[in-house]
Design a protein around this ligand. Sequence first.
Ligand SMILES: [Zn+2]
Length: 157
Amino acid sequence: MPTQTVWVEPELLVEHQGVRVFNTYKEDDYDLGAQRYWFTVNSLCGELDRLCDDQPCRHVFDVRELSTWWAPEQPPYCIDANDTPENHAAWERYWELEPTAIHAAITAAIERGELTAHGRTEGAAKKTEPLPQSSAQVESSPAPVPASIPEKRPDQD
Ligand SMILES: [Zn+2]
C-alpha cells in the first residue's frame, strides 16, 4: 500500500535583512518536533538534505557553531543534591532564556555576513580583515586596483 508524504512548510523563526531562517525537524518529520539547535535558510532543506541542489547541503546549520553564539549559563543538572525545587526553577529560567540567545546569535550572524540566504559562509572570519582598498587610499595612491577580489565566490566547500 503506498504512503504519501505531505509537504509542510517549516516554521519561520527569523527573517532578517532578507535572510529567512526556518526550524528543522527530527527526521524531517514535522510531528516529531523542531530541532532545538538546528536551523535552515532553505525551507526545502532540513535534517535530510536529499532535496538540496548543493551536495553537501550548506543551508542547514547548528546555531552553536556560529561565531555569534553565546549560550546562557546552565545551572547544575538536577541530580542528587542538586535535585531541588530551586534548581528546577533555575532550569525553567534557562529554557526561557535560550530561545532569545538563539534568536540573537542568528540575527547577529546575518548582520556579520556569516549567515546568508545561501547558508553559513566558509571562513566568515576573513571578512573582518581590513579591505585592501579604502577610499582614502584610492585618493592618495595611483596604484592600480588590486585584481584579487573575485566577482563571485564559486560554490565550494
Ligand atoms: Zn540545502
